[in-house]
Design a protein around this ligand. Structure first.
Ligand SMILES: Nc1nc2c(ncn2[C@@H]2O[C@H](COP(=O)(O)OP(=O)(O)OP(=O)(O)O)[C@@H](O)[C@H]2O)c(=O)[nH]1
Ligand SMILES: [Mg+2]
Length: 300
């Protein structure tokens, strides 16, 4: 299945209105005020967000006028391009250095541990030597969960006793990674509400300790957001970003939402690129995010 098909199947499986309404809207008819109004409504209901929707529709109006487009089908192509453009952030060169350190953070249950395992699996399949870090020391079950995933993905793991300081786990893990010539270190962390000050301080400490053992690390701080939580995700993201600079998002459970529009809103408001999307619960169900494919899938 191509990426477009995969996105589309995942998004549509939840069968509700968003994609179908868009599809119907672009089938035929004039490009009149009613068209623009319905388009706005549909995008907002699809979680694209008011601000982003208004911007997109205004741009679309201008382009339709500029290119003297009269057909809805041609307008659709313009909208696909617009959305893809909006989703394509500026790509910075990630700082080098070995091992590459990736830290996963986010609220409870967003999909951090599963995504850590899926990422480990991806890198492993590329032939990289991967080390998972059980940085969620809060619950014994969390450590066990990651151990099981590490076994399935056939990657190494570093863990300590439940209740130990997560910063200490990362300190040990990074030293071990350098000794073992690991290519990629992927750190799981405990779920935390962005409103809990002490837990956000703990996150800052983890970040500092990692940077002290390996200057320049963590190379990626990926905020994991559950796509089904809608615009709550955006508020969370802003808070996490204040604690530690987030330079990528993983949007999970996109297979469980009819409202893929959240991707567009997040990208527009936060200016943090979506790096991966979760489309299921298995190791293979993490896809690198492709703006063009995604925009096309939304409007396919
Ligand atoms: N359908 C679907 N389920 C997912 C996806 N990612 C994670 N899940 C499920 O979401 C639930 C929570 O996932 P975890 O990875 O444990 O989430 P977490 O962020 O580590 O949770 P805490 O450690 O408790 O904060 C599990 O049942 C996962 O199988 C996804 O992309 N799609
Ligand atoms: Mg977890």
């Amino acid at each position: 299945m191509s990426l477009v098909e995969r996105f589309k199947a995942g998004l549509v499986r939840s069968k509700e209105g968003f994609l179908r309404s868009l599809d119907l809207l672009f089938r035929g008819g004039e490009l009149n005020d009613e068209f623009y109004e319905t388009l706005e409504e549909t995008l907002i209901l699809g979680d694209v967000g008011v601000e982003t929707t208004l911007k997109l529709v205004e741009q679309l109006r201008a382009e339709i006028k500029r290119y003297r487009i009269t057909e809805r089908s041609a307008a659709k192509e313009l909208l696909v391009r617009e959305i893809a453009g909006l989703l394509t952030g500026e790509e910075e060169q990630p700082p080098g250095g070995k091992p590459r350190v990736i830290l996963l953070i986010g609220v409870n249950g967003s999909g951090k541990t599963t995504s850590a395992a899926k990422l480990a699996h991806r890198y492993r399949r590329e032939g990289k030597r991967v080390l998972l870090v059980a940085g969620d020391t809060f619950r014994a079950a969390a450590i066990e969960q990651l151990k099981i995933w590490a076994e399935r993905a056939e990657v190494e793991i570093i863990s300590q006793q439940p209740g130990s300081d997560p910063s200490a786990v990362f300190f040990d893990a990074l030293n071990a990674a350098r000794a073992r010539k690991i290519d990629v270190v992927i750190g799981d962390t405990a779920g935390r509400l962005h409103t809990r000050v002490n837990l956000m301080e703990e996150l800052k400490k983890i970040n500092r300790v990692i940077g002290r053992v390996q200057p320049g690390a963590p190379h990626r701080v990926l905020l994991v957001i559950d796509a089904t939580t809608g615009h709550n995700g955006i508020a969370q993201a802003a808070h996490f970003n204040e604690a530690v600079p987030v330079n990528g998002l993983i949007l999970t459970k996109l297979d469980g939402t009819a409202r893929g529009g959240i991707v567009v809103a997040i990208q527009d408001l936060l200016k943090v690129p979506v790096r991966y999307v979760g489309m299921g619960e298995q190791l293979e169900d993490l896809l690198p995010f492709d703006p063009h494919d995604f925009a096309r899938a939304l409007l396919a």
